[in-house]
Write a protein that binds this ligand. Sequence first.
Ligand SMILES: Nc1ncnc2c1ncn2[C@@H]1O[C@H](COP(=O)(O)OP(=O)(O)OP(=O)(O)O)[C@@H](O)[C@H]1O
Ligand SMILES: Cc1ncc(CO)c(N)n1
Ligand SMILES: [Mg+2]
Length: 546
Amino acid sequence: MGFHCTRVFSTPKAPSFSLLKPELISVKVHQLNKVRGFEVKAAMQPEDQVRIPHVLTVAGSDSGAGAGIQADLKACAARGVYCSTVITAVTAQNTVGVQGVNVLPEDFVLEQLHSVLSDMRPDVVKTGMLPSTGIVKVLCRYLQEFPVRALVVDPVMVSTSGDTLAGPSILSSFREELLPMAEIVTPNLKEASALLGGMPLESLADMHSAAKYIHDFGPKNVLVKGGDLPASLDAVDVLYDGENYFEFRTSRIKTPNTHGTGCSLASSIAAELAKGSSVISAVKVAKRFIESALGYSKNILIGNGPQGPFDHFLKLKKYAHGSCRQSLFDPSNLFLYAVTDSRMNQKWDRSITDAVKAAIQGGATIVQLREKEADTRDFLESAKACLEICRQHGVPLLINDRVDIALACDADGVHVGQSDMPAHVARVLLGPDKIIGVSCKTPEQAQEAWVDGADYIGCGGVYPTNTKENNPTLGLDGLKTVCLASKLPVVAIGGIGISNAHSVMKLQAPNLKGVAVVSALFDRESVLIETQKLHKVLVESNTEIR
Ligand SMILES: Nc1ncnc2c1ncn2[C@@H]1O[C@H](COP(=O)(O)OP(=O)(O)OP(=O)(O)O)[C@@H](O)[C@H]1O
Ligand SMILES: Cc1ncc(CO)c(N)n1
Ligand SMILES: [Mg+2]
């Protein structure tokens, strides 16, 4: 790839108000005020307004979005910090390498810096690709005019694919102008070597010496990153603060998806500094974040090149095995709702996984794990194992009561009772795409479940049952009243089995989608046979109703 410098961006000037007629001026100013939110702010009390931590990144764009500005935005968002951007260059880049670089004109970098710094007052500035000496000088000038709490310099020079992002001509302005202003500078091995005139760096001891020499250029802290040490070693970074060395060590994740780790680490450090952390805790948190993001993303496949991007939001992992739930909640899943019971499985000497497998084979359309007595650790392990089975069959798996277990195993949702965690709180914790069900006995509770953002309600006990003590029975009339009032799909529960499922479905109550059963499936010798029988009854009821 040739490193070329082209002016591709013109610098359009903002329209001058003096050229507009007076009536147009007032319209224009009004619109501007609206856009800037002045009208909204004027209506708010000062105590309603919250200043949030803010990082400005001054860096290059990576079209593949693994590194550069895109990584910075994602890292800051993942770390809960606002991020504004000044773009210094646009690269045509993917997982194979860098195919082209367009450096932005200095005066347009200046214009962006002015726009952001004069208005928004970020707490921390983080720099990435600074492709020309002129851009470094402009930035240093602006930082003097608009000082920030901390400057984090990631001295980007060469991409991992070996392509030049900032040539050697940049080194003197880095050493003489930018580094003396930095709270922390974060070179990788190659960059540290370049800053030190080509000093070979191959070991941990070399990293210590390099950190000390780079500290002499004036930054308060130097973090030499060891991502490029041999793959057999831990991922170790060395911090030197002018007095002491600190080693930050994590296991090395075996993954090709490390493109952008450097940008993301520096942005995460900037994010923590913006929140008010010390440098040492900022580096510790940032490094832990990179390690877990790499761990989550180790199997994701994006692009055909040797170095893929990773996922900052720890979300893509679930697609990695093609085993994620296909879509949002489908009320027809409530048709045959199997609820496990640890005591019954123990009594019949079967494992929870065997019970779930048999229920699904027999026709269960959703499974809820209700493990009242299990230790947390055992429950989590069972939940993970059952989830694997459910995913293989496209059957959603819900966890009774335990939002923490649902989160930890990434189950499809939870079912909560009236005295468990409120559904609206569970919704905040679980996010918009998980299933939440609520047990309701009255129209008021059904209404509340709807307002709280639940997906369905479980209504019962319809008939007397041994599974729940002191549980008043609603009868078919009570069930019908709640179904009529509900805005959510309903599954009937409580003492339902092969003998009475037909009577429940025959009610033809609005919103009633199916029956939930515990004992009728699990307090029997063969879960498979009982589920098959119940499935047959429900299908027949459906046919008859139609
Ligand atoms: N495989 C890995 N497992 C765990 N941590 C890693 C791994 N690879 C890199 N890191 C960590 O990621 C951070 C970035 O280090 P690295 O040396 O890769 O930066 P870089 O070369 O500037 O990255 P890039 O140029 O790809 O953005 C460091 O904290 C490093 O220890
Ligand atoms: C734009 C950009 N900045 C930084 C890096 C370093 O990872 C990269 N590859 N691309
Ligand atoms: Mg880097």
